[in-house]
Design a protein around this ligand. Structure first.
Ligand code: SAM
Length: 288
């Protein structure tokens, strides 16, 4: 029997993960990236951009629940949410689950990712694009946040890694634009890689964000296909109390939102802000 083809991730040099391609579904160069979507027996449908796994049907809920519900429930009264990137639609799906959110804007650089993920990963967006609160903007996220007059309560940078088009979403210009686009009391979160393997990225983001926000840290979750340990999510606001809400407060907000999740719960929310000592040491001022 002929060996199944495999797809090899190329995020790191010298080591990585592979998946058998049990059923190729789509492969093409969009205007910005090399997009591939294929079936894999272990993880369901997998989407990768420029050789890096972006999302899989089996474990996407962990990442999308943590990046949507932690900032929105910590804020407590978020009405306007901005998603940067998010082309697979999973983040939008989770944000639409909050009845208190009145407007959701998504700024995605690559229209091809939106359309092909709607077609081949329908369970990610699960109809969320039809939500009347939703507006899609096709643009580079840094252009949007540096030019918009709109203000948001939560900004979620659901971006690729800092290579290719994603690079601009890890710049001081982008972070300054996000700070300017937030209402007072607003929260910024961003995917910031697996800190054991991409520690420099976390240290750099922390340093840059600290120029614009008075409280900068990370929270974390282990997402199997973002392999190599915990994925770190950058967290920035001007109120440290937003990171230190007590369990009863989070529990009542979670109940009021009427959410049923597969990974997120208030205890996981609180615990996610506990960080490994090696990261804390790397982030310590003397270490920079
Ligand atoms: N969950 C993934 C992760 O953790 O890496 C992110 C998934 S989502 C598919 C990443 C999205 O960011 C892609 O749709 C990509 O097109 C978009 N993107 C990359 N650079 C961007 C930019 N400068 N502005 C807006 N969107 C961007």
């Amino acid at each position: 029997m002929s060996e199944k083809p495999t797809w090899n991730e190329t995020l790191h040099n010298g080591f990585g993960q592979y998946f058998s391609v049990d059923q190729p579904l789509y492969r093409d160069k969009t205007d910005h990236q090399d997009l591939v979507i294929f079936e894999n027996a272990a993880f369901g449908r997998i989407m990768a951009l420029d050789g890096v796994v972006q999302t899989t049907e089996r474990d996407e809920f962990i990442y999308h629940e943590m990046m949507a519900h932690v900032p929105i429930l910590a804020h407590g009264a978020a009405k306007s949410v901005l998603i940067i990137g998010g082309g697979d639609g999973g983040m939008l799906r989770e944000v639409t689950r909050h009845p208190g959110v009145e407007s959701i804007t998504m700024v995605e650089i690559d229209a091809g990712v939106v359309s092909f993920c709607q077609q081949y990963l329908p369970n990610h967006s699960a109809g969320a694009y039809a939500d009347p609160r939703f507006t899609l903007v096709i643009d580079d996220g840094v252009n949007f946040v540096t030019q918009t007059q709109q203000k948001f309560d939560v900004i979620i940078s659901d971006c690729t890694d800092p290579i290719g088009p994603g690079e601009s979403l890890f710049t001081s210009e982008f972070y300054a634009g996000c700070k300017n686009a937030l209402h007072p009391g607003g929260i910024f979160v961003a995917q910031n890689g697996v800190c054991f393997l991409q520690q420099d990225e976390a240290v750099t983001s922390h340093r840059k964000l600290s120029h614009y926000f008075s409280d900068v840290s990370f929270y974390q979750a282990a997402v199997p296909t973002y392999y190599g340990g915990i994925m770190t999510f950058a967290w920035a606001s001007d109120n440290p109390a937003l990171r230190e809400l007590d369990l009863p407060t989070l529990t009542s907000r979670f109940a009021a939102a009427g959410l049923r999740c597969r990974y997120y719960n208030p205890a996981i929310h609180l615990g996610s802000f506990a960080l490994p000592q090696y990261l804390l040491d790397a982030l310590a001022p003397a270490a920079e």
